[in-house]
Design a protein around this ligand. Structure first.
Ligand SMILES: *[C@@H]1O[C@H](CO)[C@@H](O)[C@H](O)[C@H]1NC(C)=O
Ligand SMILES: *[C@@H]1O[C@H](CO)[C@@H](O)[C@H](O)[C@H]1NC(C)=O
Length: 511
């Protein structure tokens, strides 16, 4: 090979590497942009409280406030529902010691007790030593009146969501009592020495400082035995920092008994798996005794029991059967109305179903639980495409570039409305009403239960199926992007190569 050719080849090689490096920014890896933005916007020297977020407390009349500071300093909270009615409470503090190189080091937690349902409260955080004060924030404690409650539900969101501004607007519009985030919170709370976790918590604190933010752990919270999740959040019925054997909880809001479980324990060879199942059985049994006043039971579980097969994985077929084996009978026997999951980055809604079979093709007095996947709040984390349409699937949408969230409106004891919306286009994607007048067990689980759903001629359950909805408007699926990128880079390099070989540029560059 001639010397010129070698020079030419190496020049092209460097150009190619440069282009590849640049193109990475548009691809999967947004970290460098994120880091720069973080440095610019969040640089702060003071020890002011940040990442402020609320959750419902263990007592039925309390709210937990959490925040972070860079330095160790005791803090307290001043709060009240009027200027003449101020109380203060000292916070407890814990230090992050794992994956903490880039993170705010100290976490604080204070529980505001004896709050009145439906009342609005103001609060601010004050550092004891330096007397640094946060701004004043407001929240409304969930009402307990004889009227509807609405909840905002998201999953799989992360720092790359394009819908943050929309979420802030939506969460604070006064409609909702609580925001639920069903796992895969920041991608990940511990990443980059905890700075991704900080970045996420700062961003969402625009609404989590003013409305309870209830979380469920997902696979992306798993690092170091859920360390960052256990420290950064405080969920009901658990001491704080939370321990591994308390990453599940339940609470009643209005007509609904909400349960949040950690589905990761079904995949790890975990001692907590059985502990959690035992707790769940007990909790469901207790909840069923109260169904006259709290009729709905809704479970939040990050990984779904049911989803349709995705392109790359067999998860829906194989892995999730661990969950089905352990949980499906429990949900059926104890009459769980709705199971809400994320994990798959799409939206899917099932008919009332048991053991992979739809029991009916409507939601009027469901005879089995309904399964929902709403894992589509962060499109940049790749969209999952449905590949099959089993009979139990009532609605599916994989065009998650629009970023989807759900409104859960528990209207009264018998009526519930589940609706899904696209935050990017502000359009309504799905809207169904569930009517249940006979809350309670769906029956004894097992093969016998399936006899119920045998087609009956002339029976009222033998309804014609509703039209099957399958929306798939994704233009370029995320997983093809790397190939398109490589092809572009190759073409540009090749053209450059030809150009440099044949033009006068060579002379100018003295190649
Ligand atoms: C609560 O709602 C039910 C059903 O709408 C109604 O029958 C009952 O009178 C209401 N109770 C109160 C205290 O408003
Ligand atoms: C519950 O809400 C539905 C829909 O608004 C209404 O038709 C029904 O009468 C309500 N039921 C009771 C008991 O208030």
């Amino acid at each position: 090979m001639k010397k010129t050719n070698i020079k030419l080849s190496s020049l092209c090689f460097f150009i190619m590497m440069f282009i590849l490096q640049c193109s990475k920014v548009n691809g999967h890896n947004h970290n460098s942009i994120n880091s720069a933005k973080r440095l610019m916007t969040e640089y702060s020297q003071s020890n002011s409280p940040e990442q402020i977020h609320l959750s419902l407390g263990s007592q039925s009349h309390s709210i937990v406030v959490m925040w972070s500071t860079k330095l160790e300093e005791e803090c307290f909270i001043e709060y009240g529902n009027g200027p003449e009615n101020l109380k203060s409470v000292t916070a407890t503090m814990a230090q992050l010691t794992v994956d903490n190189e880039q993170a705010s080091q100290y976490l604080h937690r204070a529980e505001l007790l004896d709050l009145k349902p439906g009342e609005q409260y103001s609060y601010r955080i004050i550092n004891k030593g330096s007397n640094v004060k946060s701004g004043i924030f407001k929240f409304r404690f969930p009402h307990n009146e004889n009227k509807s409650h609405s909840f905002l539900v998201v999953a799989d969101m992360g720092t790359l969501t394009k819908s943050l501004q929309f979420m802030v607007h939506e969460a604070l519009n006064g409609l909702y009592e609580v925001v639920f985030h069903v796992g895969d919170i920041a991608y990940n709370l511990n990443t980059e020495g905890g700075s991704i976790g900080d970045h996420f918590m700062r961003r969402v604190s625009k609404f989590t400082s003013s409305i309870p933010y209830m979380t469920t752990p997902g696979d992306h919270e798993r690092a170091h035995s859920f360390y960052h999740y256990r420290y950064r959040f405080s969920m009901p019925n658990a001491p704080w920092p939370m321990s591994e054997d308390s990453l599940w909880y339940s609470l009643n809001i209005g007509y609904t008994h909400f349960i949040s479980i950690n589905t990761e324990y079904f995949y790890l060879q975990s001692a907590y798996k059985q502990l959690q199942i035992d707790w769940l059985k007990k909790d469901l049994t207790e909840a069923n005794k109260l169904r006259d006043s709290v009729p709905w039971i809704i479970v939040m579980a990050h990984k779904p029991l049911y989803c349709t097969k995705s392109e790359m994985e067999q998860e829906c077929q194989e892995e999730n059967s661990y969950l089905r084996d352990s949980l499906e009978d429990l949900f059926f026997e104890h009459g769980v109305d709705l199971i809400i999951s994320g994990h798959k980055h799409c939206y899917e809604r099932s008919w009332p179903m048991y053991m992979s079979r739809a029991f009916q093709l409507n939601y009027i007095n469901p005879l089995a639980p309904i399964y929902i996947v709403i894992g589509a709040m962060g499109y940049e984390y790749m969209a999952d495409k449905q590949k099959s349409s089993p009979f139990w699937l009532a609605f599916a949408m994989s065009d998650t570039e629009k970023e989807l969230f759900a409104r859960l409106n528990v209207v009264n004891k018998t009526h519930l409305v589940w609706s899904v919306h696209a935050s990017m286009t502000n359009e309504d994607v799905d809207d169904v009403q569930v009517i249940q007048t006979k809350h309670g067990s769906f029956g004894k689980p097992g093969a016998k239960a399936l006899e119920k759903m045998k087609p009956r001629t002339g029976g009222s359950r033998n309804l014609p199926p509703e039209p099957f909805h399958f929306v798939d408007a994704t233009n370029i699926d995320y997983q093809y992007r790397p190939f398109i990128l490589s092809a572009t880079v190759f073409t540009i390099s090749f053209v450059l190569f030809l150009f440099l070989r044949h033009s006068k540029v060579r002379k100018v560059l003295r190649l």
